[in-house]
Ligand binder design. Structure first.
Ligand SMILES: [Zn+2]
Length: 306
């Protein structure tokens, strides 16, 4: 097992201009992995079954997903902890398992890593802002983040990746909770939806407004959107920040073909978007739902030649 490679402790003090990704990777771009959930579905994860629970019940399957991404050249793997905050786990009848699920997830992600690989502790939405619940500030939400973050950090992640945040208010809360912990870089990635006024979060923030609110993050960006929208959001963010940007497009909206769900964006199609993605000089590129090691392999190959 490789040693955790924590950044220098001054990371937070200098966060505004500190270019953590570029210091770590002088080549200037870190390749993250692709989807975990859809990969586990391919390995038999049933509808409604919590993917996070597989860290305990099917650890080998989770490890195989991480290793498949590392094998094709990804620099960074994301823990299988998207829904592993205590609020979501309790809703799924898994209360009391937050520690075991998160700690095991970090170990599984780390196991296939060698020197130079990074493990990102994935933190998804609590669910408190979904379905019109929109609690603006809830101490319960905040402590749910704090609990999950404490286990991810205790497990030894190299960075925290707050991702798939549909509400800027919740992203801000997660960022604040993460930054009260020991100094680990924090990346915050939001989802923007196409609306009449442009691409906005569900609480109405534009990409540039989000960046201005998240200036203490080490990395900002977006994920789980069409690749064209990721390109546009990163372009808008780059106009107002010098922070490293992260972009993780999904592979399109799945279409039902018989018993299978098929994602329309294949690896070669994803590669065709690389020049436009690189135009905003991102620090981290990866994939979200529906992307596979084949997508990331194609991206890695394309980056080597770009
Ligand atoms: Zn996704």
């Amino acid at each position: 097992m490789s040693q955790p490679t924590h950044p220098p402790p001054d990371t937070h003090e200098t966060s505004g201009e500190h270019n953590w990704v570029r210091e770590r990777f002088p080549k200037g771009l870190l390749l993250a992995d692709g989807a975990t959930g859809t990969m586990l579905q391919a390995k038999g994860l049933g509808p409604g079954e919590p993917p996070d629970l597989w860290n305990l019940t099917r650890p080998k399957a989770v490890q195989e997903v991480h290793e498949a991404y590392l094998a094709v050249g990804c620099d960074l793997v994301q823990t299988n902890t998207f829904g592993a905050n205590p609020l979501r786990l309790t809703e799924r009848g898994l209360s009391g398992q937050t520690a075991a699920i998160n700690l095991t997830a970090v170990r599984l992600a780390r196991e296939g890593c060698t020197a130079g690989h990074l493990v990102a502790g994935t933190v998804g939405p609590t669910g408190d802002f979904e379905g019109g619940r929109h609690r603006s500030v809830s101490t319960e939400t905040r402590s749910a983040f704090e609990e999950q973050l404490s286990y991810l950090m205790h497990g030894g992640v190299d960075l925290i990746l707050v991702e798939s945040m549909t509400h800027l208010a919740e992203a801000r809360m997660a960022l604040q909770a993460a930054q009260e912990c020991p100094p680990v870089p924090v990346a915050v990635s939001l989802v923007f939806f196409e609306q009449r006024e442009g691409l906005l979060t569900l609480d109405g923030a534009s990409a540039q407004e989000a960046v201005r609110e998240l200036t203490t993050a080490q990395v900002v960006g977006c994920n789980c959107m069409h690749v064209e929208h990721v390109i546009e959001v990163l372009r808008q963010m780059r106009e107002v920040t010098s922070l490293p940007l992260i972009g993780q497009p999904h592979a399109g909206l799945p279409e039902s073909r018989g018993k299978k769900w098929v994602y329309p964006l294949d690896p070669e199609a994803m590669v065709r978007h690389i020049p436009a993605l690189l135009a905003s000089n991102p620090g981290i590129l990866g994939g979200c739902c529906g992307t596979t090691p084949a997508h990331l392999e194609a991206v890695a190959r394309s980056l080597r030649h770009s």
